[in-house]
Design a protein. Structure first.
Length: 251
């Protein structure tokens, strides 16, 4: 790693020497989440450049935290965690619990990009709780500083959720109007669906059954299960507060 070591005898600082460089821990978390291919890791990690990701993976390989496997038949490359990297899970879980409990909710939730948030949403839909047909949802974000404010989720039985930022050409079953802090808070257990609906940070329209059962078809992440999580204030008013769009819903 290019950073100058701390030069201290404490083993914690030696671990920091290895894990501190920017993007190192997010890359390990992306591998932990199941991404093994380069492009999948880029999507999991977010706004890292291809050159920097390649460099970090090479450094992690040299440190014995990542193993690079090449398929001789296809030439495809997979990056796998080594035993040393797997042993870090307990430490990463402890960091996650500390962040959930001791970092103020609005501070912790405001830095996620909407694109990364929607990419992570792919794994949060409970397909068995949805109708056995194609379901299309539109997510509109009221945040003023986003590249794309509207995303669509296409959910079909037996298939992975698809997330796109271009109009898919299907009728929309449910409109979800929110902001990144609100939706991020729901996924991480920092807020409840009922609370966000009540304080105007979340607005649902369209299929009444889908709107009523949101808590069944969207699941919270594993980090939402910690005790003592610092919650979002129930009554708050921010510039990105949702203003429901006027629309006519068929049926």
């Amino acid at each position: 790693m290019p950073q100058k070591p701390y030069g201290m005898i404490c083993p914690i600082t030696r671990a920091c020497d290895i894990l501190e460089p920017r993007w190192t821990i997010p890359i390990l978390v992306g591998l932990w989440a199941g991404a093994t291919r380069f492009n999948d890791l880029r999507r999991e990690v977010g706004s890292i450049s291809p050159a920097l990701l390649s460099r970090r993976l090479k450094e992690l390989e040299e440190l014995g935290l990542v193993e690079r496997i090449t398929d001789p038949a296809t030439g495809s490359v997979d990056y796998l965690r080594t035993e040393a990297a797997i042993a870090l899970e307990a430490a990463l879980n402890a960091l996650a619990q500390w962040a959930q409990c001791f970092i103020e909710a609005e501070v912790a939730l405001c830095t996620a990009t909407v694109s990364n948030l929607m990419w992570s949403m792919r794994k949060q839909f409970v397909m068995d709780a949805l109708p056995r047909r194609r379901v299309v949802m539109q997510f509109r974000f009221a945040d003023p500083d986003v590249e794309y404010s509207i995303y669509w989720a296409i959910l079909q039985p037996g298939a992975e959720a698809e997330i796109c930022s271009s109009i898919p050409g299907f009728d929309i079953d449910l409109y979800v109007e929110t902001n990144r802090v609100s939706l991020h808070g729901i996924l991480l257990g920092r807020a409840t669906i009922a609370g966000e609906l009540a304080n105007g940070q979340l607005y649902l329209s369209g299929d009444p059954v889908l709107a009523r059962t949101m808590s069944q078809w969207i699941k919270r992440g594993d980090y939402a299960l910690f005790e003592g999580i610092a919650m979002l204030p129930v009554m708050r008013r921010r510039p990105e507060e949702v203003v429901p769009q006027r629309r006519v819903v068929a049926g």
